[in-house]
Design a protein around this ligand. Structure first.
Ligand code: ADP
Ligand code: NA
Length: 331
């Protein structure tokens, strides 16, 4: 039996969005104190597609500020930057030799991000899930809170753990479980209900950024695409209405309510009434976080000290697990 431990990461690949907050950060905060929690800024994943060095540095600090401002407490969680703990890349190499090409080529994120011209995509973009498996397994993590888009990669992590254990006839790596809970495991774009709200899609100006002020949040919600119907009073009335469903999901996640409870309150209201309610709630919850992020960004030394200490704590767990892995492999 493995000691329960949570690991999850976010890429410094752009400004954090409301999707990252509801699908990841808010849930990371909720796990603190329940289990040991290890959270990582995965900068080595960010460079699988081109990142400008100055932007990467800035986004890494901003991401750290987002974690801390959301409530990740360095006294309760280990928070660090992936490239500062070399064991991730070292274990990833071993996993590159365990994972099969076909597994990688089947990943939907690879297909989406590589596009048609796969010959010109980076090798790192294809191998990304093996590094992600190393991120998780170098801590022997058992639970991985993620949004829906990452489910397939956590399942691949289980396959890698399983194949390693089988090939070397050991019971060394746990098979970690994806934890995908709550109303906002897939926040959609506010202008297109069929696309995920993503920090890696700079062309989508409708996305709510965690650094947005009250006016920006209110304006984006006012402009959000909707349909002409009033809100239904039951969840099944959201079928075939992706934009309505998305706004209700966001409301439920922000308010810590179930979708059914939200609809009991707002069913029958037109969007002209619901949007200001959602906007007030979003401002109420997000504005203090964006204020604290701005304060932290003015104090980079405070951020860097937290990440340095986190990297030391992370290495204390990761180094012996890598060493054991080398022993098993015969290195
Ligand atoms: P992005 O896709 O925004 O660049 P990452 O790939 O760095 O974000 O993912 C960081 C975490 O945020 C992951 O757990 C991912 O599942 C979650 N996440 C990203 N976008 C969303 C979204 N729109 N809704 C819910 N969770 C999301
Ligand atoms: Na993603």
């Amino acid at each position: 039996a493995f000691k329960p431990r949570i690991f999850s990461g976010i890429q410094p690949s752009g400004g954090l969005t409301l999707g990252n907050y509801l699908g990841a950060l808010k849930r990371f905060v909720a796990e603190q104190g329940r289990m040991e929690t290890v959270y990582c800024l995965v900068d080595q994943h960010a460079i699988t597609v081109w990142q400008d060095p100055d932007a990467l540095r800035r986004q890494t600090r901003e991401l750290a500020a987002g974690f801390i401002a959301s409530g990740i407490d360095p006294a309760k969680s280990i928070l660090f930057n992936q490239s500062q703990v070399a064991e991730h890349a070292q274990l990833a190499w071993i996993f590159n030799c365990v994972a099969r090409m076909g597994w990688m080529q089947r990943m939907t994120q690879w297909k989406d991000k590589a596009g048609k011209n796969t010959q010109n995509a980076s090798l790192g973009l294809l191998a990304y899930p093996a590094l992600m498996a190393a991120d998780i397994l170098v801590y022997h993590a058992t639970h991985v809170p993620v949004g829906e888009d990452q489910k397939q990669h956590v399942e691949l992590t289980r396959d890698i753990a399983n194949k390693f254990n089988h090939d070397y006839k050991v019971d060394f790596f746990p098979e970690p479980e994806p934890v995908i809970e709550g109303a906002a495991t897939r926040v959609m774009s506010l202008r297109d209900g069929s696309k995920k709200m993503s920090k890696s899609d700079p062309s989508d100006m409708s996305r709510i950024n965690m650094t947005d002020d009250a006016d920006a949040i209110a304006q984006k919600i006012r402009k959000a695409k909707t349909d002409p119907e009033a809100l239904p009073s039951e969840a099944k009335g959201l079928e075939g209405r992706p934009e309505a469903r998305n706004l209700v999901n966001i409301y439920a996640a922000l308010a810590d309510m179930s979708v059914d409870d939200v609809l009991r309150e707002v069913g029958g209201k037109p969007f002209s009434e619901f949007k200001p309610m959602l906007s007030d709630l979003a401002v109420d919850k997000m504005a203090p976080i964006s204020t604290e992020m701005a304060r932290l960004m003015q104090n980079p030394d405070e951020i860097d000290a937290i990440l340095r200490r986190g990297a030391e704590q992370a290495r204390e767990i990761a180094a012996p697990i890598l060493q054991r892995t080398y022993d098993i492999v015969g290195m």
